[in-house]
Design a protein around this ligand. Structure first.
Ligand code: BDR
Ligand code: CA
Length: 337
């Protein structure tokens, strides 16, 4: 499958890129960058560094510096000032060898060329995707899949009470894409937070890892430690979530996910609710414009992720005992009634 990864890397984005690079199911056409977790100049440097460590051939194109309408909000407290937990700052690394060409233009070119053979996996704010839609909505509608890590439909958000970070940063981009009739497959927090990685499990994955480039391992370890520290201090959780790797998994093996056709809207104006995502699963007034993931096989994903990223076979019983979380959201079947 031909994929573009649009990213605001980012700690979990970095893990996602490694997972994608090690997944033979995916052929990475290019990586495109966008401001989100950190400003795009930091993101692009992180992606270039990962590209070196992974010896990836795919080109990297830099994209939007600021959201469509709003001022940029970043999350250095979650990902570090450089987006990788301080690894690039510590080692004084700066990278400037990205390709010429603007991310949105390159996304459109690929959509025109590959049409329904192209899957775009967006693991950051939707600013580049919206820009690509504004350039050629028809080509973007014809793309095979746009998979977006974003939104929260049943539970609480991770940025404000009712918003998830990627959509909160650029709600106008998400709203624009949907209003242009471009279907999106959302992988929301409701799904990604069903898997929690305790610190002890992550540590043992790093300790027993096999075949990982030693510099890549140092980067991922420092970045993940920082990310875990944030979860510990702010959310009183000793571990972290894998939002972006799980989103990659929706392309690696769609059968692990249950997506439901739905009409999704994004709040762009509310003082308290801007960035909120709403899904009408009943579609009484409108036909569905999107699909929303409502469940996924966390166990199968984690077995695959541990094998491809760390070269480790993790046992199913360890996963079941430590990593699966039932957030006790309303049952989907009740919502349909
Ligand atoms: C999303 O926001 C970012 O902080 C993560 O990288 C992920 O893409 C989770 O809400
Ligand atoms: Ca991200």
């Amino acid at each position: 499958m031909h994929v573009i990864i649009d990213t605001d890397a980012g700690v979990d984005d970095s893990l996602a890129i490694v997972y994608a690079a090690n997944s033979s199911e995916l052929q990475i056409e290019m990586l495109t960058t966008v401001s989100g977790n950190v400003p795009v100049r930091e993101v692009t440097q992180n992606v270039l560094l990962l590209k070196d460590f992974l010896q990836l051939k795919a080109p990297v194109f830099s994209g939007a510096e600021v959201p469509r309408v709003r001022k940029l909000v970043t999350a250095p407290e979650v990902h570090g000032e450089d987006g990788v937990g301080g690894y690039r700052i510590l080692h004084n690394i700066s990278k400037n060898d990205w390709e010429t060409g603007e991310a949105a233009n390159k996304i459109v070119e690929a959509a025109r060329r590959l049409r329904n053979k192209l899957t775009i996996i967006s693991i950051g704010p939707m600013t580049n995707i919206a820009k690509a839609v504004s350039i050629d909505a028809e080509a973007m509608r014809a793309a095979g899949n746009i998979i977006q890590m974003g939104g929260v439909f049943f539970g609480y958000g991770n940025t404000t009470t009712f918003t998830e970070f990627n959509i909160f940063v650029d709600p106008d981009a998400a709203d624009f894409v949907l209003n242009e009739g471009v279907r999106v497959k959302f992988v929301p927090l409701d799904v990604t937070e069903k898997l929690f990685m305790p610190r002890t499990i992550i540590t043992s994955l790093f300790n027993s890892s096999k075949g990982m480039d030693s510099n890549l391992k140092k980067l991922l370890k420092q970045a993940t430690d920082y990310y875990i520290l944030y979860h510990r201090v702010t959310e009183k959780l000793d571990g972290c979530y894998l939002h972006d790797p799980i989103t990659i998994a929706a392309a690696v093996n769609p059968k692990w996910f249950k997506f439901v056709d739905s009409f999704v809207s994004v709040e762009t104006k509310g003082d308290h609710t801007a960035g909120m995502t709403l899904a009408d699963f009943r579609k009484r007034k409108q036909k569905g414009n999107s699909e929303v993931a409502v469940s996924f096989d966390a166990e199968k994903f984690l077995l695959d992720f541990a094998k491809k990223v760390f070269g480790v076979k993790i046992s199913s019983s360890v996963i079941r005992k430590n990593c699966l979380r039932d957030r006790n959201y309303p049952k989907f079947s009740n919502i349909l009634e």
